[in-house]
Write a protein that binds this ligand. Structure first.
Ligand SMILES: [Zn+2]
Length: 170
């Protein structure tokens, strides 16, 4: 797994909030142009004739990038699953589909507050009904993701364990 293509660097803002994920190629370019400070190195090195570059696991920009927090999270199936941790919000089983709490056929909107991840079984029970016409209950009110949620949609569900301490607010 330790090859060049698989290597990713967590890039933090100058204030240490997570900003993006860079490929090895991109982090070398950031290093060579002195745009980042290494916080944690990996044990992965690229050798050239004149020098050796260690690819960082985590690095921070030397300069502040404004307002990545306003980055909009696309309302799609994958991001709803990430918000709901791949768990059916009605019964706690593994989620396989998306349910509109107020059905679209009854005027329900396709928006964060009206969609939840759910399993096939609950989806069948729910069908085109209002929630109070079924036996189902919501585990929690579905909210529009805020703050650093977007970083999860970039990192995916399986981040590098060494990034963890820098993703606390994410
Ligand atoms: Zn379910």
């Amino acid at each position: 797994m330790n090859n060049f293509e698989n290597h990713r660097t967590l890039i933090l803002n100058a204030t240490y909030q997570p900003l993006s994920i860079a490929s090895a190629k991109r982090s070398i370019s950031l290093l060579l142009s002195n745009k980042i400070n290494v916080i944690k190195n990996s044990n992965f090195e690229i050798r050239s004739e004149s020098s050796t570059i260690t690819i960082p696991k985590v690095a921070a920009l030397n300069y502040y990038v404004k307002a990545p927090y306003a980055r909009r999270v696309a309302l799609n199936r994958e991001n709803i699953f990430i918000r709901d941790k791949y768990i059916c919000q009605y019964c706690g089983n593994q989620a396989e589909s998306i349910d509109h709490i107020i059905p679209k056929s009854k005027g329900g909107q396709h928006e964060w507050q009206n969609v939840v991840a759910c399993c096939k079984k609950c989806n069948l029970i729910k069908a085109d009904k209002y929630l109070n016409q079924t036996i189902l209950k919501l585990a929690q009110a579905p909210l529009k993701p805020e703050g650093n949620f977007w970083i999860k949609t970039i990192i995916g569900s399986n981040p590098d364990p060494e990034w963890k301490e820098f993703l606390i607010s994410a």
